[in-house]
Ligand binder design. Structure first.
Ligand code: C5P
Length: 237
């Protein structure tokens, strides 16, 4: 499932983030192609921007996927958590492993997708790809008035991981998490976090630097460079 209903405010003004072009192709199309590159993926559920379901269906028809891949498009909600819940409701019977992948991570390599699926199939109820951090992280006391924020702690960097998507779940665990956990305000930023709140185990597999999230304008520059490098090396992206 690909939640793609975010507005992408941090990227600057323009179309919903998922529909912005990367190498001439909308980011969402790259993300759908990245998921369908895995032989284990038989269905991709796209959670579209509000009012954008028809446009998304049309775009996906213009960019054919492998024959084994079905696509379903459903409208998203106000928060990421709500969008994922709508995607879950659209899942047909018989799907036991569910991946949740941000449209904003269009360049995740198929090896990462397959590693997440394999870990769920091996028995983990929830799996996240993750990388060690380059930066040291501080916890602060946020100051809404814009004043200097006091530092309240420095978690040991060696114990921290930056998590990516696709996050993989045993379907029943993901459903239970979304039924049981209501995160107030902006909702959950991460589905595995909801599973943790349930008390179920979540494990990490190695992420990939090309699975970064396109959030700010500089990320678009990096994404274009990664695509250009792929085109130069294998000519088929
Ligand atoms: O905002 P953030 O970067 O955390 O968004 C992560 C993913 O969740 C993006 O792919 C975005 O399109 C999606 N999203 C959504 N519905 C929302 C907000 C975000 O599907 N209401």
């Amino acid at each position: 499932m690909i939640p793609a209903a975010g507005r992408g405010v941090r990227l600057g003004p323009g179309a919903p983030k998922a529909l912005r072009a990367l190498g001439g192709t909308p980011m969402l199309v790259h993300a759908v192609q990245a998921m369908s590159a895995s032989r284990a993926v038989s269905l991709v559920v796209v959670v579209a921007p509000p009012g954008g379901a028809e446009e998304v269906r049309r775009l996906l028809e213009e960019h054919p996927l492998p024959e084994r891949t079905d696509v379903l498009v459903v409208p998203g909600g106000d928060t990421r958590q709500e969008s994922v819940r709508r995607g879950i409701e659209a899942l047909p019977d018989g799907v036991d492993v569910v991946l949740v992948h941000d449209a904003a991570r269009p360049l995740v390599p198929v090896g990462t997708v397959d590693a997440v699926i394999a870990a769920v199939q091996a028995g983990a109820p929830a799996v996240v790809p993750a990388l060690p951090l380059a930066d040291t992280v501080k916890e602060v006391e946020p100051r809404p008035d814009g004043g200097a924020e006091p530092v309240v702690g420095t978690p040991a960097r060696a114990r921290l991981r930056a998590v990516q998507t696709p996050q993989g779940f045993d379907r029943a665990t993901l459903v239970r998490a979304h039924e049981a956990v209501a995160v107030e305000g902006e909702g959950a930023t991460d589905d595995a976090g909801m599973v943790e709140r349930l008390g179920a185990p979540v494990v990490v597999v190695p992420g990939h630097e090309e699975a970064f999230k396109v959030t700010r304008p500089l990320d678009l520059v990096l994404a274009e460079a990664v695509l250009a490098r792929r085109r130069a090396t294998d000519g088929d992206v």
